[in-house]
Design a protein around this ligand. Structure first.
Ligand SMILES: [Zn+2]
Length: 275
């Protein structure tokens, strides 16, 4: 029954695969209980609401094949097919399930954990230690030099894809220090005027991407071997013409590139995405 709040959207994972319908557009099943879908789940947690439905994350323990017309698909496989709201909820579900699967036992004493009532936490049944979902903050930065921006590609990127630089925050470091260090390590240049842009949860596996812009302050581009395959400076009007492609709309990397392109009076819809 459409609109019945008891009919929840189930974001059910088996490994890294999310249960979705095979046909387009990408969507997850609606049910009162995963049992109605023929799924036996080992973990469930209510994670919010979308389109008037409650949303639940679940880990599938056993099943007799996926339900009719559905498959398990990795989130990365539908970057370019879903909107930001759906991606965010699917990513939230993935992180809750990932937290469950990696915190079945206490990291201090090895005891079993159980959900702590009323908290987003698991408590060790032996020593009482509380285990909260882990988040890994990362800095992502768009570096400007005059009317150009720095784009680079990692060896692991899909063919032709270039993006802005990013890296994890290290213990004892401010996020601005992370920005400066990552840029220095990855491409050998210095930056100044580091300014906040925005942030985005990034569920691979549990990052919070914190976005900045910065201006070039000195040095020559020298990509770090093994980390950066190629890097270069691009004008907004070169992007649609160049052979490079840019990240999906759901990513903050793309939001930063689109913002730059729009500020130069161009339409981000003309940018290429990987084939
Ligand atoms: Zn313990």
């Amino acid at each position: 029954m459409a609109g019945d709040p008891k009919e929840a959207l189930w974001f059910a994972f088996r490994g890294d695969g999310l249960l979705v319908f095979e046909d387009e557009p990408i969507r997850v099943p609606i049910a009162r209980d995963p049992g109605d879908l023929g799924l036996d789940v080992s973990f469930r947690w209510e994670i919010g609401a979308l389109d008037g439905h409650a949303c639940w994350a679940a880990e599938v323990r056993a099943y007799d094949g996926p339900p009719q017309g559905m498959i398990f698909r990795g989130l990365r496989s539908f970057f370019y097919e879903v909107d930001e709201e759906f991606f965010r909820m699917a990513g939230r579900a993935k992180q809750f399930v990932g937290w469950h699967t990696t915190h079945r036992f206490c990291g201090r004493c090895g005891g079993e954990t159980e959900p702590a009532p009323g908290e987003l936490a698991k408590r060790c049944t032996r020593c009482g230690m509380m285990h909260y979902p882990r988040l890994s903050p990362a800095a992502i930065v768009l570096v400007r030099r005059g009317d150009r921006i720095l784009l680079a590609r990692s060896p692991g990127f899909p063919k032709g894809l270039y993006s802005v630089l990013a890296g994890f925050v290290e213990p004892g470091e401010s996020i601005e220090e992370t920005v400066a260090r990552e840029v220095r390590e990855e491409v050998g240049i210095e930056v100044r005027d580091i300014r906040y842009f925005g942030s985005q949860p990034w569920p691979f596996p549990n990052s919070l991407m914190i976005g900045f812009t910065a201006d070039y302050a000195g040095g020559e581009l020298s990509p770090e071997p093994g980390e950066i395959e190629d890097a270069g400076w691009y004008r907004a009007d070169e992007l649609p013409e160049s052979p490079i492609s840019v990240p999906a709309r759901v990513s903050i990397a793309r939001a930063m590139i689109d913002d730059f392109v729009e500020r130069h009076g161009l339409d981000p819809a003309d940018l290429k995405i990987p084939e």
